[in-house]
Design a binder for this molecule. Structure first.
Ligand code: UDP
Length: 385
């Protein structure tokens, strides 16, 4: 029987382990350095209020792929949920993402969709053809005023650098709409799990051929021997003991508060002014409107550079990172019995549905390679490098 090691019990590791034991006669050991499964998607009930808390920040599941939605719903019940975010700028509350309400409120107008489009066209920077960075993307599509109000300060706080240093792709995550639709996402399938995300990981990993060991840190110098293959979902640079230096990440940390009743009236409120030290405040009971809770728990979210002891969240992918990434990837490609997948091992900004989809595709590719006697893939093959 084949013996595999999966490092990391987040979505990549858990989906892969589940696919392996269901499609192959094998034994899978899953290890994680944390005291729980689920990675950054881990949820648990708050002891004081009983509210289901997304311990590592809010996770709203959204996808345009029916097969991924169905896959998730095989394990847990997703309750449809639309994330409607508010954004505060200079003491006024606006609707986010930028939509007709935001535009009309910000410019104190009552424009129709066509008028608003023409208006933004007239103030946007038309000299930019192909936006090369976050700032250019914003200037081209919404113009200076909306950019400075809602994106400049927030982005400096969130990423700790000038938006000109960041890829345009980060801004492309958020829609701009010329109607009153204030749904934060464009994806048609959106939900929050009725009993939290952790239940899904419990079920993915509940198999007689899977063992899970928590609180176990992995070291590639010692822990790869004895396995037919190792699947690593931790940070790529960590696997190689930071030989070429650290890839830069932003981390977030939270200040927790309690209140009676309703603290802010919404799940997420963004604070776009640079002078406000936090980026957003999330109040988790609003993610489960079907539950009743007298008390409430909320979190002010702060962002900073990832230190050695911090949890890496957002890959920055600055120019220097890309060089290092290239070197680490070359090292990885030279290994014969290790594969790398997921947000940290591929150093990409990925949503949950991307991670799940990629882990399913990767599992298929791995199983096909094994069956054909070919060399298993080292990285998922559908990623930008
Ligand atoms: N952003 C911003 N103002 C906002 C919301 C988002 O400037 O009110 C920028 C910020 O740079 C952020 C990016 O848009 O990193 C992507 O936002 P998203 O909500 O997708 O970030 P996530 O929820 O993944 O932290």
């Amino acid at each position: 029987m084949k013996k595999y090691l999966v490092v990391g019990a987040g979505f990549s590791g858990a989906v892969l382990a589940n696919e392996l034991v269901n499609n192959l006669d094998c034994q899978v050991e899953v290890i994680d350095e944390r005291s729980h499964i689920g990675g950054n998607c881990y949820t648990e009930r708050d002891k004081k209020t009983d509210v289901m808390v997304h311990i590592y920040g809010p996770h709203i599941f959204n996808t345009d792929r029916q097969d991924i939605w169905d896959y998730v719903n095989r394990f847990i019940e997703m309750v449809p949920f639309i994330n409607r975010v508010k954004a505060v700028f200079n003491g006024t509350v606006y609707s986010m993402p930028v939509n007709l309400h935001t535009i009309n409120q910000f410019f104190n107008k009552a424009l129709s969709p066509t008028e608003a489009k023409e208006f933004l066209d007239s103030i946007a920077d038309k000299s930019i053809d192909e936006p090369q960075n976050f700032e250019e993307q914003a200037m081209k599509f919404i113009g200076k005023d909306l950019y400075k109000a809602f994106f400049y300060g927030y982005t400096k706080k969130q990423w700790g650098c000038e938006p000109t240093e960041l890829p345009a792709a980060i801004l492309k995550r958020i829609p701009v709409r010329f109607n009153y639709n204030d749904n934060y996402y464009n994806n048609p399938l959106q939900g929050i799990p009725r009993n939290g995300f952790t239940e899904m990981f419990d079920k993915l990993l509940d198999h007689p051929n899977i063992t899970v060991t928590l609180n176990r840190k992995f070291d590639s110098k010692e822990d790869v021997a004895g396995y037919d293959h190792v699947f690593f979902t931790g940070p790529l640079d960590q696997y190689f003991h930071y030989r070429y230096g650290r890839l830069s990440y932003r981390t977030v940390y939270f200040e927790k508060g309690y209140a009676e009743g309703d603290y802010q009236g919404n799940a997420v409120i963004n604070y776009c002014n640079q002078e406000v030290p936090y980026t957003r405040v999330h109040e988790h009971k609003h993610f489960t409107p079907w539950e009743q809770h007298e008390g409430t728990v909320y979190f002010k979210e702060y962002s900073k550079e990832t230190g050695e002891e911090d949890i890496p969240y957002y890959p920055k992918r600055l120019a220097g990172d890309k060089e290092k990434l290239h070197r680490y990837r070359s090292e990885a490609e030279a290994l014969s019995n290790v594969s790398f997948l997921g947000r940290l091992a591929t150093y990409r900004y990925m949503d949950m549905h991307h991670v799940i989809g990629e882990a399913l595709d990767f599992s298929k590719a791995f199983l096909a390679a094994i069956a054909a006697g070919d060399r298993p893939p080292v990285f998922p093959n559908n990623e930008e490098k």
